[in-house]
Design a protein. Structure first.
Length: 641
């Protein structure tokens, strides 16, 4: 019996030592060092900065032994390393200190303690580290500025309540101002998404220099999420811990239209806020942006979608559910971790509830909550199922005047919704149904929505279920609030049911001068409906327009068009027909083409090229500018040779 007990003791001893080497008793002493990537010992850092941990033992181990580092409490492991036989120290692989400001709990703490164990036994070793919170960079959307984040900024702002530094691009804390449109100068050219992403890159660099942070969180509202995605894909470094590597911990988006928004067609029809408004167009997002801008580089994407509108009658220019500008389908058009809330588009970046329920928990993520995200596959360019719209009526109502617009609704239309864009918000609207009676618009029955913020792309929306077929009239009348110059407007109707327009272009990234084939056909209840006329209004990058007539080719109407300059083109393809009961039919599809300046590298748009050139200028200053000039001269010499 004694022999058996002796053998059992030996086995237990072998097991205890063989797995981890010589295990020091709990009284074993050691020192923990916290190192930056240059090997310098540090006692303070910014949440997310990259570090290594090193253990120094008093005695060498006789066998390889595993060291585990924990944050604040045993078991909350953040790193590890192996001390080789005969050695007294080891050093962990570099890693990011994401979430360290919050530690194992979601309570902010500026000081944390690192502990260590050797072979599972605790060491008499610890090190304290001061951790500053990771800054948040706020990226506003279309037709906006940094003041869109007023509730997040300042000593009483949402982020100050968490102790987090808040930086809203354009606020002057560091250089960088986005140009997504100015409502006081609607015809002034905006930046492209690529150009705004280069500005964002400059701004992030300034925040990093000012705070010592290596990583930031990006919080983008609406188009700000698209700009942020572009930055991550094209301008941010790869998912490495090097100085030029990834510098975004997470991208948090509020109402970003990843598949675009057809509400953008209204300002485009006026020639306003270009090219930004065109880049929000659904066809641009689906066919040009997303197939090229899709990489995460390890960054997790989070999206809060507003879904207060559930009935089609209340959504004038998107599918439902929607926040009136962005549909749920669009919000989930790229891989994101989704949350939903019943708020309108302009409430998402102002609401305390949206912050508390969605943004705040993400900013308070603990170290264990962070995980890199793999890149999805590049999506295939796809127009998706076109929403059906009438033509867009545009014009100006003079002081004391009015405009009477006729919208024809054929039999079979189950829902007709109307969208008005009037940045002054000074026009009175009267709707006269096909019966000739004035219809009092009701928020419940007609989904009537009045929006004061022109950044929503629509100022007034209303609709009708089972509208009576025939000619409807919308009368726009000036009021005593209408400015002396009059009020410009754009109005369209969205139909569910009735005739369906099928439109297509054979290439979305043609070379300058390369023919682009346009085609259109119309069906009713799945059967062809004869088109009476078809034309395309083409809006060039310089704002000029031309009309291209389409001619009959079987059941379709087709034409060829050649872009004459590089840049973004809007193509509004409009057809007319007559329903079997004689009611006029008109439908419009809103398409986008980006003409490329040179041959080679198919599938890389000129917008992306401009973004890369802008990055060179920002990053390399005069040297970058010289390089760009040389490249441009060689390019134009090649083009004209």
């Amino acid at each position: 019996m004694k022999r058996i007990l002796w053998i059992l003791a030996v086995v237990i001893g072998i097991f205890s030592f063989s797995a981890f080497g010589l295990v020091k008793p709990s009284s074993a002493k050691a020192q923990i060092a916290i190192l930056d990537l240059n090997g310098n010992e540090v006692s303070r850092l910014v949440d997310g900065n990259s570090i290594r941990l090193r253990i120094n033992l008093n005695e060498a181990t006789s066998q390889p032994a595993r060291v585990v580092f924990a944050l604040d409490r045993p078991g909350y492991v953040v790193a590890g390393c192996t001390v080789l036989a005969g050695e007294k120290s080891c050093q962990s692989e570099p890693f990011r200190s994401q979430g360290w400001f919050w530690g194992p709990t979601s309570t902010a703490s500026a000081v944390h303690t690192l502990l260590a164990s050797l072979g599972g036994a605790p060491l008499e070793a610890s090190a304290t580290i001061e951790v500053a919170p990771r800054p948040v960079v706020l990226v506003h959307g279309f037709l906006s500025n940094y003041q869109a984040w007023a509730n997040y900024l300042g000593p009483q702002g949402y982020l100050a309540g968490l102790g987090i530094p808040a930086y809203a691009i354009g606020d002057g804390q560091v250089p960088g101002v986005l140009n997504t449109g100015d409502m006081t100068a609607p015809t002034r050219r905006t930046n492209t998404i690529a150009q705004n992403a280069a500005v964002l890159q400059e701004y992030i660099s300034g925040v990093k220099r000012q705070t010592g942070a290596e990583m930031v969180d990006l919080l983008g509202h609406s188009m700000g999420g698209m700009i942020s995605r572009y930055y991550i894909d094209r301008l941010m470094g790869d998912n490495s811990l090097s100085a030029g590597g990834r510098d975004v911990a997470q991208l948090i988006m509020l109402g970003t239209p990843h598949l675009g928004s057809d509400c953008a067609n209204l300002p485009v029809a006026l020639g306003w806020y270009l090219p930004a408004a065109l880049e929000i167009r659904s066809s641009y997002a689906r066919q040009i942006l997303n197939p090229q801008i899709y990489r995460h580089k390890g960054v997790p994407f989070f999206e809060l979608a507003g879904v207060p509108i559930l009935e089609p009658v209340g959504s004038p220019c998107t599918s439902v559910p929607s926040d009136i500008v962005v549909s749920l389908d669009s919000a989930t058009g790229v891989p994101v971790e989704l949350s939903k809330i019943a708020f309108m588009h302009t409430e998402l970046n102002t609401s305390a509830e949206a912050f508390d329920q969605f943004v705040k928990p993400l900013l308070q993520k603990r170290p264990a909550d962070f995980a890199d995200v793999a890149d999805p596959q590049a999506p295939t360019p796809d127009l998706g199922e076109l929403l059906q719209f009438s033509r867009i009526y545009t014009g100006k109502v003079p002081v004391g005047g009015s405009q009477d617009l006729t919208i024809n609704i054929e039999a079979g239309v189950g829902v007709a919704s109307f969208a008005l864009f009037d940045t002054n918000g000074t026009l009175d609207v009267t709707v006269i149904g096909a019966s000739g009676n004035v219809i009092a618009l009701d928020p419940v029955k007609n989904g009537l929505r009045k929006i004061e913020d022109p950044a929503t792309l629509v100022n007034l929306g209303y609709g009708f279920n089972q509208p009576k077929p025939g000619s409807w009239h919308v009368v726009l009348k000036a009021t005593d609030r209408t400015p002396a110059a009059g009020a410009e407007y754009a109005l369209t109707a969205k139909f569910i049911g009735g005739s369906v327009l099928h439109a297509n272009i054979d290439k979305v990234l043609p070379q300058v001068g390369e023919p682009v084939q346009l085609s259109a056909s119309l069906t009713l209840n799945g059967a062809p409906l004869a088109i009476q006329s078809a034309e395309a209004l083409v809006r060039a990058p310089d704002g000029s327009t031309q009309t291209v007539a389409l001619t009959a080719s079987g059941d379709s109407f087709t034409s060829s068009w050649n872009p004459q300059a590089a840049g973004l083109y809007g193509i509004d393809l409009h057809v007319t027909a007559s329903s079997p009961d004689g009611i006029p039919v008109d439908r419009t599809a809103f398409l986008t083409v980006e003409a490329q300046p040179e041959t080679g590298s198919p599938g890389i748009s000129s917008t992306l090229l401009l973004g890369s050139l802008a990055f060179l200028v920002v990053a390399a200053g005069v040297v970058g500018l010289v390089i760009v000039v040389v490249i441009a001269r060689l390019f134009f010499r090649k083009q004209h040779s």
